[in-house]
Design a binder for this molecule. Structure first.
Ligand code: PSV
Ligand code: MN
Length: 406
């Protein structure tokens, strides 16, 4: 196979999971700008996700967030997905939204609150059984705001105990993916603040527990590709939550703020065997001012382009330069790949799959935006009527004026 053919073959296998919550209305804590045609329920979110897959050919699964995507019949939701060429992906838990969780969820000092939180996580595994989802994604807002507020070490013990209860409940082909985030909403000590803490818990739990790297969850300047390389080396990289950021957890389109970082991450993924393993490539984004469906299409395209560039790195030449200690040559090999315009190659892959070379133009031509705008009038109101359903959770700059967190 020629080099180009190998790159194209690899690109054809790439799948990016889109998050149900990216299709819904979201905003900042100052304002949610409602968009016309926004889905009113999880079924309509899947209809939109199907469009992303239809035009990219690369977004076949959709992550759900419970309770935002709670339905009476999960098998029916899975069937709805299947009829549109999709599958349901990771089930994201939510232990940060109830009043009970003010001082934490599975790390809370009160055993009754911890039991409630674990109960929710077990419910999420029941949902996985019904939807056929393989991954339970856990992110905990747990932490403290003031030194002395709670016992840091005891909170780790409670965390380990709660995680172990959920781990026991997992089926043979199910995984637990533990996500870390350095701050927010806790401002002093977050209970799972970094990859090291997540890794330590996953290691103790066993092979079905792996770490999630959300690209927006690090202090500025953190070398994320180093974390990726290390977790892959240890067999503990489970998934990505892709997005990009300028300041904190901005949840902007992946590849928008720092496409070079995304390329470096994808290079380490490929270098470490993560591209052909079961690492899940998920998006975790909010589209507050831009049109949502084309923004998600753009994000999938950005991941594809970063991947194509990473696949183009001449690893033999790189290895030779590294062994020779030729710093400049080694760097040049990497930069040559990064500076290649891969858009024509990715477009060719699409055409070979029978898709339009330009997914965004094809989406705009399809008339879907006009159709949902006409048919789903009032979606924003209805979406919020059930409380927080469909809205992004409360982290910084993300609270709707009319939401329970305002
Ligand atoms: C937390 O900020 C997070 O990144 C977690 O992945 C959540 O599940 C997601 O955002 C939605 O709240
Ligand atoms: Mn995330």
């Amino acid at each position: 196979m020629t080099e180009l053919a190998a790159v194209k073959a690899a690109l054809r296998t790439q799948a990016v999971e889109t998050p149900s919550w990216a299709y819904g209305n979201s905003g900042t804590r100052f304002k949610v700008f409602a968009q016309p045609g926004v889905p009113r329920d999880p079924f309509e979110k899947l209809d939109d996700a199907a469009k992303v897959h239809e035009f990219t050919g690369a977004a076949p699964t959709v992550a759900l967030h419970i309770p935002w995507d709670r339905v009476d019949d999960y098998a029916a939701l899975a069937k709805h997905a299947e009829e549109r060429g999709l599958k349901l992906g990771a089930i994201n838990s939510n232990t940060f939204q109830d009043d009970d969780y003010k001082l934490g969820s599975i790390c809370h000092p009160d055993a009754a609150v911890r039991r409630k939180a674990v109960g929710h996580l077990l419910e999420c595994v029941d949902i996985m059984d019904a939807t056929g989802s393989k991954d339970l994604k856990l992110w905990f807002a747990d932490g403290t705001n003031y030194p002395g507020q709670d016992d840091i070490r005891a909170r780790q013990d409670r965390l380990a105990e709660g995680l172990a209860q959920v781990y026991e409940r997992l089926g043979d082909d199910q995984r637990m993916l533990l996500e870390y985030k350095f701050f927010e909403p806790a401002f002093y000590a977050t209970d799972v603040p970094d990859w090291g803490t997540a890794y330590a818990h996953c290691l103790k739990l066993g092979p079905k527990a792996q770490v999630v790297v959300d690209t927006g969850h690090h202090a500025p300047g953190t070398n994320i590709e180093f974390i990726v390389a290390t977790l892959l080396r240890e067999g503990k990289l489970g998934a990505f939550d892709f997005n990009s950021r300028f300041y904190a957890d901005d949840d902007l389109m992946v590849g928008a703020a720092d496409p070079f970082q995304l390329f470096r991450i994808m290079y380490e993924v490929i270098r470490g065997g993560g591209f052909t393993s079961d690492v899940a490539f998920m998006l975790d984004q909010c589209h507050n001012i831009e049109a949502k469906i084309p923004a998600i299409i753009r994000s999938v395209m950005n991941v594809q382009e970063a991947t194509a560039k990473a696949l183009l790195v001449d690893r033999d030449a790189l290895g030779a330069a590294q062994r020779a200690g030729d710093v400049l040559a080694a760097n040049a090999v990497l930069m040559d790949a990064y500076n290649t315009d891969v858009r024509p190659v990715v477009a060719e892959v699409r055409e070979e799959l029978g898709l339009d070379a330009d997914p965004i133009a094809a989406y705009h031509r399809s008339g879907w935006a006009q159709k949902i705008a006409a048919e789903q009038v009032g979606a924003s109101e209805r979406q919020c009527a059930g409380g927080s359903e469909g809205l992004r959770p409360p982290p910084r700059l993300r609270i709707a004026a009319h939401s329970p967190w305002a």
